[in-house]
Ligand binder design. Structure first.
Ligand SMILES: [Zn+2]
Length: 430
């Protein structure tokens, strides 16, 4: 849809093999130029060998310089061209359980047997935003919108959530298009709800049983325009410069927009934009920071409408970053909601630790303040529209200069979070 050529992709999942490839190429080139022979002790032969070794050394140094220059050119001064970014995409075919793009998503959802699929929005780029639901919806009387109900000191006037038998849990996939770790996680969760197995074919009966005890609302891709622009389809094994290029994009002169500077122009549109980062839909809207009282794009309002109409008990906005997995402190929500999410974080981190997966430390509950307080973002808005416990989860991309995890570990981190979330809400009903 954006006229960019898709990368040719050749399979080789492992991070280590990607990292060792340039060195192996170098060895191969040096060997072909200097075939091995039997040793010869004559002075002429020694001079010849010496000259060859000098030449070999010079070639090696030259090769090293070329490799370093290629690398430093690509990132010098914090800038990168589209051609350089494309050239840095590893030659690999991603494994079948990994879902790093939007191609084939509609067909995947059309084939579902248990889940109910609806299109909740169409993006500026003409792409559908899907909602996949599992479990029957339990209707409750609604007399007021959420903030009026709270004003009336009766949350049940909005929705009597305690009368529902099953918890309602809303999963929001990447609103930052390149953060496809969650798209993979949610595509696997859907597969588990359909078949009891994940896309690796592993038995996930326990997670499916938890899912069956809830109503699940899954928005697998929160910003399909951004995801369609994400040509690497995974940042695992790449580095933070690749993240900057594909994530926040570049200005016209090729300089990285960077984080958080990329938020100082919104929409990200106009003549000063180079590569539009995957944070944004095709109109330059970052759904995490839409204008919630006067919407700029279609994605965030559609997600908020699902929350308003369904009244979930728990909502997660799934993101990715460089360090270890983290449940972030939700901003501008009551202390009790923060405390509830903190207790979920403690349970989730314990599960991750038990599975030898990395994790952050739980956040501290506190109020907003300071010169630059936290923003009121989509996660905050989600709480205020339906009263849900609402939080942002950050998964590692698996960058080689960040929290190093494999694609398989990323999937396990996602599924572990979902398990902790479902159990957390089921425990409240028991
Ligand atoms: Zn994000």
């Amino acid at each position: 849809m954006n006229g960019m050529e898709r990368p040719s992709v050749i399979l080789n999942g492992a991070q280590r093999s990607e990292r060792s490839r340039p060195a192996m190429r170098g060895c191969f080139r040096l060997r072909t130029g200097f075939p091995l022979r039997e040793p010869d002790a004559s002075p002429a032969a020694q001079d010849d060998r010496s000259a060859r070794w000098t030449s070999l050394l010079a070639s090696a140094v030259l090769l090293g310089m070329v490799l370093m220059t290629t690398r430093s050119l690509a990132v010098s001064g914090g800038r990168m061209t589209y051609a350089q970014a494309k050239a840095r995409i590893p030659e690999r075919q991603l494994p079948g359980f990994w879902v790093g793009g939007v191609n084939g998503l509609a067909a995947r959802f059309d084939a579902l047997r248990r889940g109910t699929v609806t299109v909740i929005a169409v993006t500026p780029g003409g792409r559908p935003v899907h909602l996949v639901a599992y479990g029957r919806r339990e209707e409750t009387t609604r007399l007021a919108n959420y903030n009026s109900a709270i004003g009336g000191r009766e949350p049940a006037a909005y929705m009597n959530k305690t009368a529902r038998k099953k918890p309602v849990v809303l999963f929001i996939g990447p609103v930052h298009g390149h953060e496809v770790e969650a798209l993979t996680g949610l595509a696997n969760l859907i597969q588990i709800m359909e078949t009891g197995k994940d896309l690796q074919g592993r038995d996930q009966t326990a997670l499916r049983q938890l899912g069956d005890r809830c109503r699940l609302l899954i928005v697998p891709a929160g910003n399909p325009d951004g995801t369609a622009r994400f040509e690497p389809e995974a940042l695992q094994g790449m580095d933070s410069n690749d993240l900057r290029f594909w994530g926040q994009g570049t200005w016209k002169d090729g300089a990285f927009c960077g984080w958080p500077d990329c938020k100082r122009q919104h929409p990200m549109a106009g003549g000063n934009i180079g590569f539009l980062g995957c944070y944004f839909d095709d109109a330059g809207i970052n759904p995490m920071h839409d204008e919630f009282f006067a919407p700029m794009g279609p994605e965030a309002p559609a997600i908020l409408k699902v929350a308003r109409e369904e009244g979930p008990d728990l909502v997660v906005s799934l993101h990715s970053h460089e360090p270890a997995p983290a449940l972030l402190r939700p901003a501008y929500v009551p202390a009790e909601v923060q405390q509830d999410i903190r207790s979920l974080a403690e349970k989730c981190y314990a599960l991750l630790a038990h599975r030898n997966l990395p994790h952050a430390d739980p956040f501290e509950v506190r109020s907003e303040g300071g010169r630059t307080p936290d923003s009121f973002n989509l996660t905050s808005a989600l709480h205020h529209i339906c009263g849900a416990g609402s939080f942002t989860f950050e998964c590692p991309h698996g960058l080689r200069d960040g929290c190093q995890v494999t694609l398989e570990q990323i999937l396990d981190i996602q599924l572990t979070l979902y398990e902790a979330m479902l159990q957390h809400e089921i425990d409240k009903k028991d």
